[in-house]
Ligand binder design. Structure first.
Ligand code: SF4
Length: 341
């Protein structure tokens, strides 16, 4: 698939004082995009005049270039010790995405240019935690690799982590935009996880991310470049034929990578969940969605966004967990399952 190209790029004036901001500005000079220099608060007001559906559609064509001023990082269990953001939001538009909960009001994509300050915040958190290894998840607010051809921020951050003794970077992606980072000096300190699902889930609920084959090509390139690699299977959804289709998915991964499966391959397993606010927003944004969000079939669990989330009933959850473990043990007996949640 072609790499993401916005229709409108908003530069916050302060972002242009940073090398990454300048670089992005130069990148767009010969591209057919509308460039606007304005504070994001002013731009956001123009969106507030639109209906929810219009705002969502328009936002997916906008890239905002700004700064990340977060100094206190949030924990990111079970994936990492902390999460931080190089981007917020995503050019993709998956119906089940966690962004429907935590980035719902301003769904346009933001990229952050103040890398040195972001890295400084990371260094402070490493020294605070005083653990031999401190892990940082970069994909909790969106997919940073999706815009790497524009920002170069993932590559620069990989090299920053390559120099750290205690810090480790973790990135999840559904995009195959990996050519920009293949030659980075990562020293094995960045683990990429490719997000995978069945053909049905991808075709039915994902709009914008790269295809299964492209994601597997990305995994192959990353393994050949000696990056630690894993897969996130998320969201795991129960539907007719789900067992057969998840089996095919694992088989597909195996067939593609069987000659280069790394010793430290990992899997992370996340069952489908949603909050009530996300459910309502998804139904407005995707009125014909086939995503099963019947609350009566689910149970409630307290979630990190300060809201209850709906997850599968205990019996279904156990069936999912057991089946996924069984498949992974069959196709990848030497791999490690990091968690099921
Ligand atoms: S690619 Fe990932 S971050 Fe982007 S919309 Fe889909 S699930 Fe969300």
């Amino acid at each position: 698939m072609h790499p993401f190209m916005p229709r409108t790029v908003i530069f916050e004036p302060s972002a242009l004082q940073y090398p990454v901001g300048e670089k992005i500005y130069r990148y767009f000079q010969d591209k057919p995009v509308e460039i606007i220099k304005t504070p994001l608060s002013v731009f956001s007001k123009t969106l507030s005049e639109l209906s929810e559906k219009q705002r969502y559609a328009k936002s997916k064509t906008v890239l905002a270039v700004t700064r990340n001023q977060q100094k206190k990082l949030q924990p990111c269990k079970p994936s990492a010790d902390y999460q931080f953001a190089l981007v917020s939001n995503c050019p993709g538009s998956c119906e089940y995405c966690y962004l429907q909960t935590n980035q719902s009001y301003k769904p346009y994509l933001k990229v952050y240019v103040n890398l040195e300050e972001i890295w400084e915040t990371i260094a402070v958190h490493i020294s605070k935690l005083q653990k031999p290894i401190v892990t940082f998840e970069a994909s909790s607010n969106g997919d940073p690799l999706a815009v790497e051809h524009i920002t170069g921020s993932v590559g620069a951050t990989i090299e920053y982590f390559g120099k750290l003794v205690e810090g480790r970077l973790r990135i999840v992606t559904k995009f195959n935009n990996v050519n920009h980072i293949i030659n980075k000096k990562h020293k094995g300190h960045t683990r990429f996880r490719i997000s995978m699902n069945t053909d049905y889930v991808i075709k039915q609920f994902e709009h914008g991310p790269d295809s299964v084959q492209e994601r597997l090509d990305a995994a192959e390139k990353l393994i050949n470049a000696k990056y630690p690699v894993g897969f996130i299977i998320a969201p795991i959804i129960i539907y007719e034929n789900w067992k057969e289709e998840y089996r095919n998915m694992f088989k597909n991964i195996y067939e593609k990578l069987k000659t280069i499966i790394p010793d430290d391959l990992t899997f992370e397993l996340i069952q489908h969940r949603y909050t009530e606010s996300a459910r309502q927003r998804i139904l407005v944004r995707f009125p014909n969605t086939r995503l099963d969000m019947s609350n009566n079939n689910r149970r409630l669990k307290w979630g990190k966004f300060g809201q209850f989330k709906y997850i599968y009933q205990k019996e279904q959850e156990e069936e999912l967990r057991e089946y996924m473990h069984q498949m992974i043990r069959f196709y990848f007996p030497d791999s490690r399952i990091e968690y099921f949640t």
